[in-house]
Design a protein around this ligand. Structure first.
Ligand code: C2E
Ligand code: MG
Ligand code: MG
Ligand code: MG
Length: 279
């Protein structure tokens, strides 16, 4: 930006900028090709009931198996897909794969991340409803994870979409809670079922200190509003112990399990076995 100062607008497009645009174009084309060739797949990270450590559900996390670059994480392509609109077909694919898998895991719920552009795309509610119909997944076993970004623009329209989703019977959760904007007001006025405490608060969690106070406040808020609360990014036994002490309902993180291939979830369910009856 400083480069542009005192010069014509044209100069703003420096060589760096040209390269960035080219790279983005190449990435976009690459993603379209990847979608055609089914290079996107899902890992599933277990979510556990904190009290009993019973496996309750999984969060679907997209990965790209790139023919040259190998395994690519969502942070490297989701933001661009949101800008180009490719997130709608990619998100629809993710939703379809997650629901198909979830049908084979009748005792688990599956959470799927929905980005703001996907949420706002014209036929999102229809996509969800069609996917449920096509896969036969019970709506209450599908949880959509939304970030506060979905609520930023056109609050009225967002409210209608959320109400339409609720009417389908799916669960709605607020992801990365505590990092965004008017969190409290939104929670009260929109039909969320659950919140996920942002992992940066969990990373800083200690017996004393600000992070604990914040986590306790969020847990209190969840109880007051009747929302279930998940702590994500749990990496240490101490964090887990504190969360249990503070009556956090659900935990997710590397301490318990990393994002896993579907087959590993199959195995885990086998091991947990018939101790718990199917829902
Ligand atoms: P998120 O929804 O907040 O997902 C949690 C992220 O934290 C995941 O990263 C997960 O692998 C990571 N994580 C889980 N436990 C731990 C832990 O104990 N420690 C640490 N350091 N990290 C942990 P991932 O898979 O790279 O996904 C990053 C973000 O990309 C997600 O954040 C989500 O916002 C987005 N994303 C992933 N899959 C999808 C998708 O299918 N659609 C959309 N729209 N976004 C997605
Ligand atoms: Mg999430
Ligand atoms: Mg999160
Ligand atoms: Mg996140």
């Amino acid at each position: 930006q400083a480069k542009a100062a005192g010069r014509g607008t044209f100069k703003f497009f420096s060589t760096d900028m040209d390269e960035r645009i080219l790279t983005r174009r190449a990435l976009d084309a690459d993603m379209r090709r990847g979608l055609d060739r089914d290079e996107f797949f899902l890992l599933y990270q277990p979510r556990y009931e904190a009290d009993t450590m019973r496996l309750r559900g999984v969060e679907a996390l997209v990965r790209w198996r790139h023919p040259q670059r190998g395994l690519v994480n969502p942070g490297e392509f989701i933001p661009l897909a949101e800008e180009t609109g490719l997130i709608a077909p990619l998100g629809a694919r993710v939703l379809r794969m997650a629901c198909e898998k979830a049908v084979t895991w009748p005792d688990l719920s599956v959470s799927v991340n929905v980005s703001p552009a996907q949420f706002r795309s014209a036929d999102f509610v229809k996509t969800v409803s069609d996917t449920l119909a096509a896969t036969g997944l019970s709506p209450k076993r599908l949880e959509l994870e939304l970030t506060e970004g979905v609520l930023l623009e056109d609050v009225e329209r967002s409210g209608r979409i959320l109400a339409d989703l609720k009417a389908l019977g799916v669960m709605l959760s607020m992801d990365d809670f505590g990092t965004g904007y008017s969190s409290l007001g939104y929670l009260k006025s929109f039909p969320f079922d659950a919140i996920k405490i942002d992992q940066r608060f969990i990373a800083d969690l200690q017996a004393t200190g600000d992070a604990r106070a914040i986590v306790q406040a969020i847990l209190g808020l969840g109880r007051a509003l009747g929302l279930s609360v998940t702590a994500e990014g749990v990496e240490t036994a101490e964090q887990l112990a504190l969360l249990r002490q503070d009556a956090c309902e659900e935990v997710q993180g590397y301490l318990m399990a990393r994002p896993l291939a579907a087959e590993e979830i199959d195995k885990m369910r086998g091991e947990q076995g018939s101790r718990h009856s199917a829902a």
